[in-house]
Design a protein around this ligand. Structure first.
Ligand SMILES: Cc1cc2nc3c(=O)[nH]c(=O)nc-3n(C[C@H](O)[C@H](O)[C@H](O)COP(=O)(O)OP(=O)(O)OC[C@H]3O[C@@H](n4cnc5c(N)ncnc54)[C@H](O)[C@@H]3O)c2cc1C
Ligand code: SF4
Length: 329
């Protein structure tokens, strides 16, 4: 690990100023991703600004939504009574991620900003990675790329966004609250992330120094049902090959409202408006579910290692829709 300076911020303004004035500085929250990447030589910030003492921890019901401080841990959010009772999709997405030990350290802000799990990105001895070093190429496209993305990708980068929680949150229209040197702003999470495109190193709309202070999740209608399903190589402590987060309002056999997020397949947490369009106003049943799943993967771009994900993503979504709606045929 390269040497770095350590500073602990006393308040939000100090944190923002410490980072904004120093292009080589980075925030440190739970450290579960940041320190790994530094130890592996992928990242080398010259200064870490520890934000763990900032008053950004806790969950409150706030107006029409749930307000979550950015330093709330994954375990704390999963245990919140509103999440347990009304936001099953969020609870399942959280508890299917990482391990209990990690979830006790890992914060919600850090989870949303975790970096790619691409093996080539995380191995500095591999020279060609556009995300690590813009313009060098993409080692994954012509190599082993089983864990990579098929939606929102380009030949410049096929890395998947690894956060399970973010998939649930994009489906729920969550809003992320930011604080920078020129004040605060709120951004819908669906507009926060960027697809791989031509600049895979730019993953979101954050300006250097901006701090995530909180996230708001609007409440679902009282009759909504929701859930998150994750398909992976082993039953726990593993990232998704494909996942789906779904929230539905079904009345008299008809789907009145649908929200669909996909994970393990997108360069960003994937909201499938195409699937939602098929589902909304249609009968809750196998035919509708399959049609929605086909719509969700339209435009998929695959390499040999990721071709299987087109079918897997559809099956994962159909199974989630069946489970959440309780309609099996
Ligand atoms: C072995 C392992 C397995 C995992 N499995 C899963 C999984 O299955 N599913 C899943 O979703 N995740 C998984 N994770 C990822 C884990 O959820 C993240 O590492 C964690 O949520 C990051 O939170 P943190 O507080 O530790 O962030 P840190 O490591 O402290 O920070 C991560 C990044 O976010 C920045 N940052 C942190 N907080 C803020 C903020 N408030 N504002 C602005 N920038 C900020 C940091 O500067 C850094 O760049 C796994 C991690 C590991 C190590
Ligand atoms: S997929 Fe993206 S992160 Fe992985 S090697 Fe290619 S450019 Fe780098």
């Amino acid at each position: 690990m390269l040497p770095f300076e350590y500073a602990r911020a006393a308040d939000v303004d100090e944190a923002v100023n410490l980072l904004a004035g120093d292009p080589s500085a980075s925030y440190l929250a739970g450290g579960t991703t940041q320190l790994d990447l530094m130890k592996d030589g992928v990242l080398g910030p010259e200064r870490l600004v520890d934000i763990t003492r900032l008053p950004l921890r806790g969950v409150t019901r706030d107006g029409d939504g749930l307000h979550i401080g950015a330093l709330t841990t994954m375990e704390e959010l999963a245990a919140d009574p509103t999440v347990t009772d009304e936001l099953r999709i969020v609870r399942q997405a959280l508890l299917l991620g990482a391990s209990t030990q990690l979830r006790n350290m890992a914060t919600i802000g850090g989870n949303l900003l975790q970096r790619a799990r691409c093996r080539y990105f995380r191995d500095p001895s591999v020279p060609d990675c556009n995300k690590r070093e813009p313009g060098t190429g993409c080692a994954a496209v012509n190599n082993t790329a089983r864990m990579h993305a098929i939606l929102g990708v380009s030949e410049r980068c096929i890395a998947v966004h690894a956060s399970d929680l973010a998939v649930a949150l994009v489906a729920l229209d969550a809003v992320v609250h930011l604080k920078g040197t020129s004040g605060g702003r709120s951004v819908p999470l669906t507009q926060f992330y960027r697809e791989a495109g031509s600049s895979p190193d730019v993953e979101n709309v954050l300006v250097h120094g901006e701090l995530i202070t909180a996230i708001t999740i609007p409440f679902l209608p009282p009759t909504a049902v929701s859930g998150y399903l994750k398909v992976r190589d082993r039953a726990s402590y593993e990232f998704a090959l494909a996942s789906a987060g779904v929230a539905l309002v079904v009345q008299d056999g008809t789907i009145n409202q649908a929200r669909v997020g996909l994970g393990g397949v997108g360069s960003k947490p994937w909201r499938s408006l195409e699937a939602e369009q098929v589902l909304t106003g249609s009968p809750a049943g196998e035919e509708t579910f399959r049609e929605a799943a086909a719509a969700a993967v339209q435009g998929a771009w695959t390499v040999s290692g990721t071709a299987f994900k087109v079918e897997l993503a559809q099956r994962t979504l159909v199974r989630t829709l069946r489970t959440v709606s309780g309609v099996t045929s």
